[in-house]
Design a binder for this molecule. Structure first.
Ligand code: RP5
Length: 179
């Protein structure tokens, strides 16, 4: 079977669930962290997708090896700071997601990033192979878009309008592409 050539729908300009339209809900804040400014392009689909679903994306560069104290400070204060989940992208010996997960009980989604001599296989193993007790939900190499969708799906468990927006997204993805 040949692979489906259709790309996943990109983030359209208009949010599917404008934050303001969800009465009684404050916009929920998701941290999108990355180890280097050079990771920005690969991680951009995470914030775009979160915002498409009306979630607030707080994008920051924090490095597990260059700024470990800042990582610990940010992650340990994340729940009190109103964050509901953290998405962490890093390349090479990618410790960011695990270092963050060690400091918070919020859900952490890790995005292994391509690059370096092993082109992301190193980051994949470093991110996915967390020891028991401190989970990191790991998506594919450069899978920032799916990381955001996973956070949306987690939040949609308790939010019918978000669940409906996710259904719409799936329908849009299944729609035939114009010739
Ligand atoms: C990781 O090392 C970053 O996430 C990045 O993907 C990789 C290389 O970063 P630079 O040293 O080039 O900034 O920390």
């Amino acid at each position: 079977m040949s692979p489906d050539p259709r790309p996943a729908p990109a983030a359209p300009a208009a949010p599917a669930v404008p934050a303001a339209s969800r009465a009684g809900h404050r916009p929920r804040r998701v941290a999108v962290l990355m180890g280097s400014p050079r990771d920005g392009e690969k991680m951009a689909p995470a914030a775009a997708t979160l915002e498409r679903f009306g979630l607030e994306a707080d994008v920051r560069v924090l490095s597990a090896h260059r700024t470990p104290a800042a990582v610990a400070d940010f992650a340990s204060a994340a729940r009190a700071g109103g964050y509901v989940a953290l998405i962490c992208g890093a390349g090479m010996a990618a410790h960011l997601a695990g270092a963050v997960a060690a400091q918070t009980t919020l859900p952490v989604v890790g995005v292994p990033l391509s690059g370096g001599a092993l082109n992301g296989v190193d980051a994949l193993y470093a991110t996915v192979q967390m020891p028991k007790g401190i989970p990191v939900a790991t998506v594919a190499i450069d899978g920032a878009l799916n990381a955001a969708l996973l956070v949306v799906a987690m939040l949609a468990v308790g939010d019918e309008s978000l669940a409906a927006a996710l259904e719409d997204y799936r329908r849009e993805m299944a729609a035939p592409t114009p010739a």
